[in-house]
Design a protein around this ligand. Structure first.
Ligand SMILES: Nc1ncnc2c1ncn2[C@@H]1O[C@H](COP(=O)(O)OP(=O)(O)OP(=O)(O)O)[C@@H](O)[C@H]1O
Ligand SMILES: [Mg+2]
Length: 414
């Protein structure tokens, strides 16, 4: 089967050479009985590759089972995979067959194999090398004929160095590695995927699909997509449901991208633009950056304030630290980018602040809501063009109608 037919059959979107290569390796290896290791960051689309390999193999009519090694408790994974004998552990009231017994002649997909406990890894290695396994609590060696496909978003080689993954198993598994590329490594696929998801969601919600204008496309392509296709799919859904415009501008799109990362987006400038749009796009970008920098500064000041309130003796040292910051503040990306609750005070003993406390104190006052910023930008653009809506809209990269709607929405008095 050629690559395009595989993509059509399994709903894989994208044309990037690295993606095509991964599909061609999967197709080539499918017909063999070799173990396959699918690697790639979280959300890149590894799962479908296990189905491609099984479906294109001679085992396609035999069972396929996907086991998420990260979701099974350490105490039961051996029994799940290899079975157990009655009385082999507390609660083992009956003997039970494991997947390597029930799926014999089929394929087992071991997802998140990096999470597999070391003891289970030893049992798996034995199966891969000799086709033999033993039920937990038994001494009887049994034979199985199972094809193993595994996937991981972890660096297994690093895991072997840290002693978390058996080196022999790593080499055994990675005879044929398939690397599914990260989304930012195949930017040309981003608009294609967005279009596909927008069309799917429009169908689901019985509406017309949203589509991207040139700047919006650039914003989407420039975003680093740490959550890969999964994140793009989620954002496409949010936009499809929530956006009031069907033709999306960069401003529309950015409202949906996490701000810390979208602040690093490349400038929206259109080079040599004759209508001045490019110039203002640049200005707008600078403004965005300024806002985000200001937000960071304000947050740090607030933290310092909380620190001093909780530990007044630190006042002098803290004010010094504000001038010559020794205080370590770390932003951790956890959900909506909250700040790490542990602040190392500039005084000798560290101060441990309660997470909720910081939130209470820090998340007050100034609104850094993107809509407020949009409002400010609109006011600024109108001022710049002396109230001429047409020119202001052009500079903002939105249609006059959208501007008119936003003026009403934000209650802007011209
Ligand atoms: N090329 C693609 N075309 C269409 N949809 C895709 C593509 N790649 C991924 N997806 C979709 O993105 C989502 C995430 O993919 P998947 O669950 O396979 O990620 P993963 O690589 O297994 O991530 P994790 O390591 O977190 O398990 C799924 O809904 C999948 O259908
Ligand atoms: Mg997965």
């Amino acid at each position: 089967m050629d690559i395009q037919s595989i993509k059509n059959r399994f709903g894989i979107i994208g044309n990037a050479p690295a993606l095509n290569y991964a599909i061609s390796v999967a197709a080539q290896v499918a017909g063999t009985d070799l173990s396959v290791l699918i690697v790639g960051e979280s959300g890149v689309g590894k799962e479908v590759f296990s189905q491609v390999i099984h479906t294109l193999s001679a085992r396609k009519h035999n069972p396929f089972i996907a086991v998420n090694c990260g979701a099974i408790p350490e105490g039961t994974i051996d029994s799940e995979l290899f079975g157990h004998e009655k009385g082999s552990f507390t609660g083992a009231v009956d003997s039970r067959k494991g997947y390597f017994e029930t799926v014999s002649s089929g394929t087992i997909f071991l997802d998140e194999i990096g999470e597999m406990p070391l003891g289970t890894q030893a049992r798996l290695l034995r199966v891969l090398e000799t086709g033999e396994f033993i039920r937990v609590g038994s001494s009887k060696v049994q034979k199985t004929d199972v094809r193993v496909i595994a996937a991981t978003n972890k660096d297994l080689l690093e895991f072997t160095q840290e002693g978390k993954f058996r080196e022999d198993l790593y080499y055994r598994m990675s005879t044929v590695p398939i690397k599914v590329p990260a989304l930012r490594e195949r930017p040309e696929d981003i608009p294609l995927l967005f279009r596909k998801f927008a069309t799917d969601f429009a169908e689901r919600y019985r509406t017309t699909p949203v589509f991207l204008d040139e700047d919006a496309r650039r914003s989407l392509v420039g975003y680093p997509w740490p959550g890969n296709v999964r994140e793009l799919k989620n954002i496409a859904e949010q936009i499809s449901v929530l956006s009031q415009n069907k033709q999306l501008t960069a401003i529309d799109v950015r409202q949906f991208l996490p701000e810390t990362l979208s602040a690093r987006l490349p400038v929206l400038a259109v080079p040599n633009s004759s209508n001045g749009h490019g110039e203002f796009a640049n200005e707008r970008e600078i403004l965005y950056k300024l806002f985000f920098d200001m937000k960071k500064d304000v947050t740090e000041l607030k933290k310092l304030f909380v620190d001093v309130v909780q530990n007044p003796q630190a006042l002098n040292a803290a004010s010094l630290a504000a001038l010559k910051p020794e205080t370590s503040f770390t932003d951790i990306p956890s959900g909506d980018f909250v700040h790490q609750p542990v602040i190392t005070s500039p005084v000798s003993h560290p101060v441990l602040l309660d997470h909720n406390d910081i939130h209470e104190h820090v998340e007050v006052e100034e609104s850094l809501n993107i809509m407020d910023k949009e409002k400010e930008l609109i006011v600024k653009a109108l001022k710049k063009h002396k109230g001429k809506r047409k020119d202001a809209a052009l500079d903002l990269g939105i249609s006059e109608r959208t501007l008119y709607r936003k003026l009403k929405e934000y209650d802007i008095d011209e």
